[in-house]
Design a protein around this ligand. Structure first.
Ligand code: NAD
Length: 490
């Protein structure tokens, strides 16, 4: 490790200040593009988690600064946080190149952090604190004539996120928590904790009252402590389905609400009238974003038998257009996988795909020109079946399988024949036909000739892809608790 790439952090953030942790355990950070250590962060002990939860509780206690603010003042605070994070955009991009191997260059993108927070600032501004609800039936004197329904923050949110989008996934939770007047203890992935330090610094710069945003770094131990902690009122989790199930069990026992955004196995349904040039241009994003380490990744492409070879060619052309390499090289569009273990796992799934009878038409191995780091080639399987493990299990790597179908009904049946139900897309020259089919895809979000995110539209995974959801005004519900004050008259 040289002085310039040492990202070591020694403190945790709670009650609006940096603290040396009680824990002496440390998490080592390793650059996936070089395999070299780039620093350490604390692995928080339960005592550290306790301190952060206490700070979060104090921040929302009656009489606290945050509890006393108007919704307009809270909206202003969220806006200031957006501005502080936006100003850090360049530093964060660079950091992600080191920490998770995400390409630093590429087409300009809007600042998602600011976009998400500004969306929630807007919701905060228009949110009502209570509503009067007259009883729908005529009532005798002395009985309930009207109820005042009060909207309160749910309390302290335990926000836990995976390695592939620390800030973005974090803000999906921080946004609604702040917009409803709650507070957060945020735990990033042990593999990608550094963006969370920027969030803490931005919160300080933005003057977010102490204890409203607290940051704990750690692994499963810290995560479990947060989930099981009697001082947390909601668990908002993004991560794997396996971890999500454990959290759901724990929350079930405690009768604590949870919002779970989990894995995916999304399908692109390419119809017989699809514009394959357009589809091919979208494939790098759909199938290979962040080396396939994204929940929405379309790892199944359903192609009509009548155009099967053309679709395979469109996907292969797209795979060949992707420059794999060092995240800091301006030409690079795909970096490495997060760890050596994860690459081993993905390679095991590629071997299974071949053993089960699918054909690798491009990729399948490690790029020859990269001697270090955990790279894999963009990999496309043809002649794959929906029953094969590459079509059923989440790969979380740069691997996609082209599966043939006979007619539209079979395509739909294949798309829906999955444990998961997160995302998906339909590709066609006929927008109305595409929208009609997309509505029958059993997933929380489906694109027609596109796929992407819209802060104003909910992301609700179905089945093994999640419980509840994030984004859109619907997300505020999980962060709100209600009290009905029954009165005898207006
Ligand atoms: P992971 O489940 O291994 O870890 C996620 C987080 O949970 C980490 O912060 C981890 O430390 C913590 N954790 C681990 N065990 C815990 C426990 N017992 N209690 C509480 N917390 C615990 O996931 P990952 O490998 O970091 O991320 C990849 C997964 O995330 C993929 O399955 C992907 O599909 C999913 N994901 C889903 C979405 C979505 O919106 N649906 C978005 C991004 C990623």
């Amino acid at each position: 490790m040289t002085g310039t790439d040492d990202f070591t952090r020694t403190e945790l953030f709670w009650a609006g200040a940096w603290h040396r942790p009680i824990s002496t355990d440390r998490l080592s950070l390793v650059s996936p593009s070089t395999g070299r250590p780039i620093g350490q962060v604390p692995d928080a002990a339960p005592e550290d988690v306790n301190a952060a939860v206490r700070a979060a509780r104090d921040a929302i206690a009656p009489g606290s600064e945050w509890a006393g603010l108007s919704q307009a003042d809270r909206a202003d605070a969220i806006e200031r946080l957006a501005t502080s994070l936006q100003a850090r955009d360049g530093r964060i991009k660079e950091l992600l190149g080191h920490e998770i191997g995400r390409p630093v260059h590429g087409p300009p993108r809007p600042n998602r952090a600011a976009e998400i927070l500004r969306y929630y600032a807007g919701l905060a501004r228009t949110r009502v604190a209570e509503q009067a609800r007259p009883s729908p039936d005529p009532r005798p004197a002395g009985s309930v004539r009207v109820s005042r329904v009060r909207y309160e923050p749910v309390g302290v949110t335990a926000a836990i996120v995976p390695y592939n989008g620390t800030l973005e996934m974090g803000l999906y939770k921080v946004g609604p928590a702040l917009a409803t007047g709650g507070s957060v203890v945020f735990k990033p992935s042990p593999q990608a904790p550094l963006e969370a330090y920027h969030l803490a610094e931005a919160a300080l710069e933005a003057g977010i009252p102490a204890g409203v945003i607290n940051i704990i770094t750690g692994g499963a131990r810290a995560g479990r402590t947060l989930v099981e902690h009697p001082g947390t009122d909601l668990v908002a989790f993004t991560g794997s389905t396996g971890t999500g199930r454990m959290i759901a069990e724990s929350c079930g026992r405690a009768l604590k609400p949870s919002v779970l955004e989990l894995g995916g196995k999304s399908a692109a349904v390419v119809l017989d009238d699809a514009d394959l040039d357009h589809f091919s241009r979208m494939v790098p994003y759909l199938c290979f974003t962040f080396a396939g380490q994204n929940c929405f990744i379309h790892s199944r492409i359903l192609a009509p038998r009548s155009r099967y070879d053309e679709v395979v060619e469109a996907v292969v052309t797209a795979a060949h257009s992707i420059t794999v390499g060092d995240p800091f090289d301006p030409d690079t569009r795909m970096g490495p996988l997060i760890s050596a273990e994860h690459r081993d796992r993905v390679e095991g799934m590629i071997r299974a795909g071949s053993a089960e009878g699918a054909d690798i038409v491009t990729g399948g191995g490690r790029p020859g020109h990269l001697s270090r780091g955990w790279y894999l080639e963009p990999t496309v399987f043809a002649n794959a079946g929906n029953h094969m493990s590459i079509s059923r299990e989440e790969v979380f790597g740069p691997v996609t399988a082209v599966i043939p179908y006979r007619d539209e009904e079979e395509a739909l049946a294949l798309a829906n024949d999955s444990e998961y139900g997160l995302a998906g897309s339909v590709w066609t020259s006929d927008q109305a036909r595409g929208a009609a089919l997309a509505a029958r895809v059993d997933s929380g979000s489906v694109g027609v000739n596109t796929y992407g995110f819209n802060s104003a539209a909910p992301l609700h995974g179905r089945r093994a892809s999640g419980l509840g959801g994030e984004l859109g005004p619907e997300s505020l519900h999980a962060y709100t608790r209600y009290q009905s004050l029954h009165l005898t008259g207006l």
